[in-house]
Design a protein around this ligand. Sequence first.
Ligand code: ATP
Ligand code: MG
Length: 315
Amino acid sequence: MSGPLVEKYRPQTLDDIVGQKSIIKRLQKYVGEKSMPNLMFTGPAGVGKTTTAIALVKTILGDYWRQNFLELNASDARGIETVRNNIKNFCRLKPVNAPFRIIFLDEVDNMTKDAQHALRREMEMYTKTASFILSCNYSSKIIDPIQSRCAIFRFAPINGESMIKRLKYICKHQKIKYEDEGLENIVYFAEGDMRKAINILQSCASEGEKVTEESVYEVVSKARPQDVNLMITSALSGDFMKARDLLKETMIIQGTSGEDMITQIYTDVSKRVYDGKMNSDIYIELIDAIADCDFRIREGANPRIQLEALLTKFL
Ligand SMILES: Nc1ncnc2c1ncn2[C@@H]1O[C@H](COP(=O)(O)OP(=O)(O)OP(=O)(O)O)[C@@H](O)[C@H]1O
Ligand SMILES: [Mg+2]
């Protein structure tokens, strides 16, 4: 297998984008009208924001899209200088054989506030000849005046069914062998992120092996949900030493990280409440302890010690 599958299977047209149906429908309207306002794409990682932006640009600008298109990744070029130089110079020129020019600013949430204010002025100045597409994970990091100048599109995580369908499509074309449980497990760990799903698939199949439930666990190095469940059940029933052993086993043998472990504990506990297997008073106490532990681990405390201390709260 040569090269990353995420790139090989990046959809080239709006129709090929998985999920995001209502967004694509709204965007098709702009294509029909050959005009568009400034757009803001926001949502979690790996759900098709950049892909959609590029596909839209190609469709709406046609054969001359390259000449009329400027792409800047705000994570690399986040300062005010970029806005002043690159964007200004590009916007000053007339569109070439196209109705307008498009500036695509990826990952704008990494732009400084000063640069955002400068950008706001550029957006106002060139409304006739240029449109902007801004993409970000957190729209709350974008200053209000920019948000109010954009039509906002909120991208959702990719649902399980669509993800499985796409993974099967890739497996078919790459001749990857799989078991359904393997793909289901990928979906479980990808948490709606298509990029992550395809990357897990590629790692599992890298040596030509079959994708199975087990091979997915090995690749993601996360704990098996049933082990986490048993660990919590043991702690809740008062068997601290058994819970501690299970924790040690997953973290040392499977190499599960502290961050992953705490997230999986959270998932398990939430499911218990949801299924009516834990009463809400207990949950309220536990979630407080889980939040504390999560914070400390992320601040750099020793994860094993923090997680063991957390297990004592379950007793
Ligand atoms: N909706 C989708 N349909 C099909 N493939 C997708 C979709 N979303 C993501 N992918 C796959 O994941 C890869 C990354 O997608 P993309 O770059 O569009 O994500 P993004 O939403 O811009 O993420 P980020 O917030 O990290 O920039 C694509 O190359 C493609 O292989
Ligand atoms: Mg992106």
